[in-house]
Write a protein that binds this ligand. Structure first.
Ligand SMILES: *[C@@H]1O[C@H](CO)[C@@H](O)[C@H](O)[C@H]1NC(C)=O
Ligand SMILES: *[C@@H]1O[C@H](CO)[C@@H](O)[C@H](O)[C@H]1NC(C)=O
Length: 579
């Protein structure tokens, strides 16, 4: 237990981003991360995957990383590059390489699939350098390119121009503030490319022998160390974030008060009648509250700048840690809601609360992991990491959930303002728009619209090799999303009550949760229009993750919907006099 906690604490170091000062001629580390594809497939490969035959250092050392960074596919290793502060160099031979005929096909495939090299120079990801300047939005640079001779052929980049920007105040100590690479392909070994150079084609008939070379250019820069991340984080188009103002304006539209002010008062004897399947209801609400807590803390920490992108993996690590800790919230809320609904099978409630949702998540991760492993991909989560996740769940999350549930069951039942009558009232026919499915479908649209633009950025961050870093906006969106969800669920709830329908419990949950359903639909559209995935495994993995994301979101907004309605119903029925 203790060593587990220490391990978690170790991977949980917060900012940890002290600047490194280098003197003239000091060595700067270049680390290599897994290769990832730009939009075409989502399966990354280790840099030292044997079929690539990249130059290797004498001893390959894996850099220790946090739990979260492992979970999200970071695989950092050292490299044989020899970068010395302020020493421009040209045509340094990295190594002589040879790609055997049987691996040429694999490398060519990776080039065609737009695989990108991901290097870290002094902790900064290297971006592609272009003629027009530095291209910031996308990190990483191309493994190779397709050139047209008689027909299009893939060529491998075997020469790298490395541009490193540095900043200095006193000309004694220097700091790295930018890293860009311009890769190119050449069939000759002397780095003197000319028009006759057709690029390095890999033969699939015999082994191709060639040389990897690089140049280093140190460029003085005015950018200070503190803002060295800024240019990676500027989005393609910041203006788009301001469209949101128009969307939130919709929130101000006032809903006309219903003329049937009467209906809801007549069902006071049924309005707190407990829902069908109260067991699952309380379990979902409890687990939704747990996710809400986790999301709120993570987004707040990120927006406050604690989870800097230079501290790789800190975001998922924080998510995992708070998810585990907030098992206590799940236990507590689930117990209280279950008690409110008049349930008595508390043992079953305990087990389901601590096992159903986290267990399903774990199972899904496990299954998806098999797909990564089958593809021999670097994104396969190592067994040790999976085991620590499992241990965190069993030894920390479940006990915390039990403690929460114990407190929840010991707390007196929540008092409701009106008594429930013995005999249920007949529910009259409902107008079409108030029937369950149309009502739920309609209520998800507005919250989803609030989320839509942010979602584009998040999806690009997850699948498009971009760094997502507008957490200030994300927090704003999160708050707007929660407010919109509450308002919409209350409106749907109120109209249903007016139509004398007292089955508001699940309805309020579903009207909140339907936003998650729209996010999944969006995932399908994103897959069809923005990605060019053609292999089955990538497809399964993409939809596995998207389903996980949408379900998590649905649980959160569903819980929000229920709680808003509950307090709404409680207060309106508390305000009337029943004769
Ligand atoms: C830089 O350091 C290397 C050893 O790391 C040394 O061989 C070389 O002479 C130094 N160059 C200068 C210009 O100081
Ligand atoms: C290195 O080369 C670049 C580009 O040619 C030049 O701008 C820079 O001043 C050089 N730096 C040093 C330290 O010589």
């Amino acid at each position: 237990m203790l060593s587990l906690l220490i391990a978690v604490a170790n991977s949980f170091y917060l900012p940890g981003v002290a600047p490194s000062d280098y003197e003239y001629n000091a060595t700067i580390e270049l680390k290599v991360n897994a290769l990832s594809s730009l939009k075409k497939t989502i399966i990354p490969y280790d840099y030292y995957h044997p079929r690539f035959h990249f130059c290797q250092p004498k001893k390959i050392i894996s850099e220790s990383e946090s739990l979260g960074s492992k979970l999200f596919g970071d695989r950092l290793f050292n490299s044989p590059f020899n970068l010395k502060m302020l020493r421009n160099e040209s045509c340094v031979v990295l190594c002589k390489a040879e790609i055997p005929a049987e691996d040429a096909e694999f490398v060519n495939y990776a080039i065609k699939e737009n695989y990108l090299m991901n290097w870290m120079i002094d902790g900064l990801p290297a971006a592609q350098k272009t003629n027009t300047g530095m291209e910031h939005a996308t990190i990483g640079f191309h493994l190779g390119q397709t050139i047209t001779k008689d027909k299009p052929v893939p060529v491998l980049n075997n020469h790298y121009e490395i541009y490193i920007s540095y900043h200095t105040k006193d000309n004694k100590k220097f700091r790295v503030v930018g890293a860009f690479v311009n890769p190119s392909s050449t069939e000759f070994d002397d780095c003197k490319r000319d028009d006759n150079d057709g690029g390095l084609e890999l033969s699939s008939k015999m082994a191709t022998k060639f040389t990897y070379t690089y140049d280093v250019y140190w460029i003085p820069s005015e950018i200070e160390w503190a803002s060295r991340w800024d240019h990676y984080l500027t989005s393609d188009n910041n203006k788009i974030h301001w469209f949101r103002r128009d969307i939130s304006r919709y929130n101000d539209i006032e809903i006309e008060d219903s003329q049937e002010e009467f209906g809801w008062k007549m069902i006071h004897g049924d309005v707190f009648r407990s829902p069908s399947n109260r067991m699952f209801f309380s379990v979902f609400v409890g687990n939704g509250a747990q996710m809400l807590g986790m999301a709120a803390v993570t987004i707040a920490l990120a927006a406050l700048g604690f989870l800097s992108p230079s501290n790789r993996g800190s975001l998922p690590t924080v998510m995992v840690v708070f998810y585990v800790l907030f098992g206590s919230i799940a236990g507590y809320i689930s117990a209280r809601v279950y008690k409110l609904c008049g349930g008595s099978a508390w043992r079953q409630n305990l087990v389901l609360t601590s096992a159903l949702v986290p267990g399903s998540i774990f199972l899904l991760l496990l299954v998806l992991n098999f797909f990564w492993i089958a593809q021999n991909s670097s994104s396969a989560v190592p067994f040790g990491t999976l085991f620590s996740l499992f241990a965190l769940w069993v030894f920390l999350s479940i006990p915390l959930s039990l403690i929460g549930a114990y407190i929840g069951f010991r707390t007196p039942k929540i008092q409701v303002p009106v008594r429930t009558l013995q005999i249920p009232r007949q529910i009259p026919d409902q107008p079409f728009y108030l029937q369950l499915i149309p009502a739920v479908a309609l209520s998800g649209i507005l919250p989803f619209a609030c989320l839509l633009i942010e979602l584009m950025y998040i999806m690009n961050g997850l699948w498009g090799n971009k760094i997502y870093y507008v957490f200030g906006f994300l927090m704003l969106v999160f708050v707007i999303l929660l407010i919109t969800t509450s308002l919409i669920s209350i409106i749907v709830c109120y109209f249903s009550l007016c139509a004398e329908n007292y089955n508001w419990w699940w309805r309020s949950f579903f009207s909140g949760a339907s936003c998650g359903f729209y996010v999944f639909l969006y995932g399908i559209i994103f897959y069809a229009t923005k990605l060019e995935i053609s292999d089955v495994t990538s497809t399964i993995l993409f939809f596995g993750w998207t389903a996980l994301m949408s379900a998590g979101l649905g649980l959160m907004t569903g819980t929000m919907g229920f709680f808003s309605c509950f307090y709404f119903v409680k207060s309106i029925y508390g305000a009337i006099k029943i004769d």
